[in-house]
Ligand binder design. Structure first.
Ligand code: T1G
Length: 705
């Protein structure tokens, strides 16, 4: 089926990309487009060419799927199409409506003119895939808007709204209405005045007032300092800076060659493969094998019970999605704090220029506080976010069940407790599930959607759609203790504590995990979430207790972390930066000795393996038992909820990257040395012994009551 629609109007040829859903510039589409460009070039009746896009988008860029295959000499890519335009004599206009991203914007940059509708966005987000713009973007954008501005735009991988893009000089015109008509007018005007404006003919300026191109080495050196190290998430960023440097110092043709070489290196790299995995894993989340088709319910009004930090964060998340929300909070003090948080959050957005005063006011007004449950009667969904205690939660649901309308969905924000036990106190277990947000709920993108034994397909489908509306990564989880994220975190924490008991200081363990790419190490994380949380969980689940009494001791000595100014680290007032605390290390040593644990040496490699492989092993177990549906789901939970380095793809992808057999061998070794808490998950053993990968693992069908 053809992916390009061709039309002629008064000697102007309109080539419309039509490869739904995002007009990806695949090898196949490029092979079709190239001869069409050549035909236009050879056709004397054609004065100019307009590119546009069908399906409400210009183009989402190159087809990311194509990067998994090695191109052959015969393969045509968008680069070949752009090279033909570059050599061409005709005038080219890009008529953009919707997104023009990656190769889509690069195709536009190869044109002489770019015009877009007000709803359009343009950007070069390749860095988010561990790549750089590989079809001329690193050479043409600096020539259009200056090297500094171009580099910033590409390093952020940002999508820029049309009006802002015009201000920056990326677009020539921004229009309302039919962009192809407007482009036709622009092409006619251009043919009279300035038919050719190829960016390749320009010199790339630095674009920093007062600095000439001589300052390039200094600017590039500064830029290299600002991005993460190559082996810790910065691989693509450093190559991107090199490519922009080439745009300023080299002639166009040599710059393009440099860009191609750097791109080819990145596309074959492990970090890019990992980031592309995360890209597709995110888009698989809502596809639930075995879920009977069900029309999601419309969510127009929401309710939250509990106006604390979590409840208020959840309320703001609904307000940000344009859904009015009522928060039930009996305490005046908590209500006041909640209102301050809402107000403060929106004022902050205004100060940062991210929203207008009016928009902030409207959103702030859409969060209403009350102490009267009856005000929730008309909500389509109500989320409970009260203290983590089963009896307290059950009381809330008994009350809600009698108040909210029959069609309403009830959800718990519990992070560990049994969803079915709560559902059972209501008359609507089919309309009951867990919606587990992560603190701060209005910032963290992860949402665990916990399906109960009796959660209906429609309730689940509604929750998945709601997750998208709230701009969350909604991961479906089975109802087991700790669901996916926290269940795995327990084994990760167990190993962190074990290493500390063996005498490895917390700051060293944290340093190893930060070097691996985690946003923060386990001990800084314990201090952030609060050891009181772990203490309460250990009280509820005694099997979660470690070999020693560390958590107990820390809790009794009010060393609960940032909240009390000291935990495994100490903190100065108003400063969240962890400071090494020898007193904490002394407590660790005392409790380890009391538990009869002998100190021993552990290398960085062992530290990393014990923590990451603990995640892999329990992850494999959750997959085998259908608590998690796909390895990719687990990876999204850890990348978006627990700071796992995206350039390693998540724990399950990382196991494939390292080799499942090698992970399995190390797990067996740890079992021998440290005990049966390291018994290999049967699925890990199976995949290792079959020489397979988690990526090839077929997800289980969703079992429904
Ligand atoms: N390649 C292949 N598939 C893509 C795709 C792409 N570039 N973009 C989207 N899809 C699929 C996606 O997997 C999903 O599939 C469906 O389209 C809808 O996507 C040479 C190297 C465009 C803003 O990084 O950011 O150009 O799940 O759910 O929310 O320099 O998709 O339905 O089967 O995200 O409306 C650079 C990536 C590529 C942009 C639309 N481009 N895409 O968002 O829909 S590299 C990007 C997006 C490149 C050149 C280089 C978003 C979107 P399925 P969706 P959406």
């Amino acid at each position: 089926m053809s992916q390009i629609v061709t039309a002629d109007r008064d000697g102007i040829r309109i080539l419309t990309l039509d490869n739904p859903p995002v007009n990806a510039l695949s090898f196949a589409l490029s092979a079709e487009l190239l001869p069409l460009v050549r035909a236009a070039e050879d056709d004397a009746n054609v004065r100019a060419v307009i590119f546009s896009g069908a399906n409400g988008i210009f183009s989402g860029g190159a087809d990311v799927n194509d990067f998994a295959t090695e191109p052959t000499p015969e393969t045509k890519t968008i680069r070949d199409v752009i090279a033909a335009i570059e050599r061409g004599k005709k005038t080219y206009v890009a008529a953009i409506d919707g997104n023009a991203l990656g190769g889509g914007l690069e195709l536009s940059l190869a044109c002489d003119y770019r015009i877009a509708t007000t709803r359009s966005k343009v950007g070069l987000p390749e860095i988010k895939l561990g790549l750089l713009p590989g079809a001329g973007g690193t050479q043409r954008l600096p020539r259009l808007i200056g090297a500094q501005a171009a580099m910033q735009m590409m390093l952020k991988g940002e999508s820029v709204a049309a009006d802002e893009a015009k201000k920056r000089g990326v677009l020539d015109e921004v229009v309302e209405g039919n962009v192809v008509d407007a482009a036709f007018g622009l092409a006619c005007r251009a043919l009279e005045k300035e038919p050719k404006r190829r960016l390749s003919q320009r010199q790339a300026e630095l674009g920093i007032p007062g600095l000439t191109a001589n300052a390039l080495p200094f600017v590039a050196a500064q830029a290299h300092k600002m991005v993460p190290p190559e082996d810790n998430g910065g691989f693509a960023a450093h190559k991107l800076i090199d490519a922009v440097e080439a745009a300023v110092e080299l002639p166009f043709g040599r710059g393009i060659a440099r860009e191609a070489r750097l791109f080819d290196e990145l596309v074959r790299s492990a970090p890019s493969a990992a980031l592309r995995h995360v890209f597709f894993a995110e888009r698989e989340l809502g596809k639930i094998p075995g879920l009977p088709a069900a029309e999601p319910m419309k969510i127009e009004r929401a309710g939250v019970v509990g106006g604390g930090l979590m409840g208020t964060g959840i309320a703001i998340t609904f307000a940000n999605a344009g859904i009015p929300v009522t928060v039930v909070e009996p305490s005046d003090e908590a209500t006041e704090r909640g209102k301050q948080m809402v107000f403060g959050m929106y004022m902050n957005q205004v100060q940062k220029g991210r929203m207008t005063q009016e928009e902030a006011w409207k959103r702030g007004q859409s969060v209403v506080y009350t102490d009267d449950y009856a005000e929730l009667a008309d909500c389509d969904v109500v989320i409970e976010a009260v203290f983590e205690n089963m009896d307290v939660k059950k009381d809330v649901f008994k009350k809600l069940d009698g108040i909210v309308k029959p069609s309403a969905i009830l959800a718990t924000n519990t992070s560990t407790l049994d969803v079915d036990e709560m559902a059972a106190v209501t008359q609507r277990p089919e309309q009951f599930l867990g919606l587990h947000f992560f603190a701060p709920a209005n910032i963290m993108q992860l949402l665990e959607i916990v399906r109960g034994k009796r959660t209906s397909p429609q309730t689940l489908a509604t929750a998945i759609a709601l997750g998208k509306t709230l701009r969350k990564k909604g991961v479906v989880s089975g109802n087991e203790f700790g669901f996916i994220g926290n269940r795995m975190l327990f084994d990760y924490s167990r190993e962190a504590m074990a290493l500390a008991e063996e005498g490895v200081p917390p700051y060293r363990i944290d340093a190893v995990m930060k070097d691996f790419g985690f946003a923060m190490g386990p001990f800084a994380m314990f201090d952030l979430s609060g050891l009181d949380v772990f203490w309460h969980i250990q009280q509820a689940k005694t099997e979660m207790k470690g070999r020693s009494n560390i958590v107990d001791r820390m809790y009794r000595e009010k060393r609960i972390g940032q909240k009390s100014g000291k935990g495994f680290y100490r903190y100065e007032k108003g400063n969240r930066e962890p400071i090494r605390d020898e007193e904490a290390e002394k407590i660790l040593a005392e409790e380890a000795a009391a538990a009869g644990i002998a100190p021993r040496e552990a290398g960085d490699d062992e530290i990393r393996k014990r923590l990451v492989y603990a995640l892999v092993n329990v992850g494999a177990d959750l997959l085998a038992r259908g608590v998690a549906l796909r390895p990719g789901d687990i990876d999204i939970v850890y990348v978006y909820g627990y700071g796992f380095p995206p350039h390693h793809g998540g724990p399950m992808w990382y196991a494939d990257e390292v080799g499942v057999k090698s992970v399995y061998d190390d797990v067996l070794r740890f079992q021998k040395e440290f005990g049966d808490q390291w018994r290999p998950a049967p699925l890990l053993a199976e995949i290792a012994q079959s020489g397979g990968t988690f990526a090839a693992y077929t997800s289980k069908e969703l079992v429904h009551a």
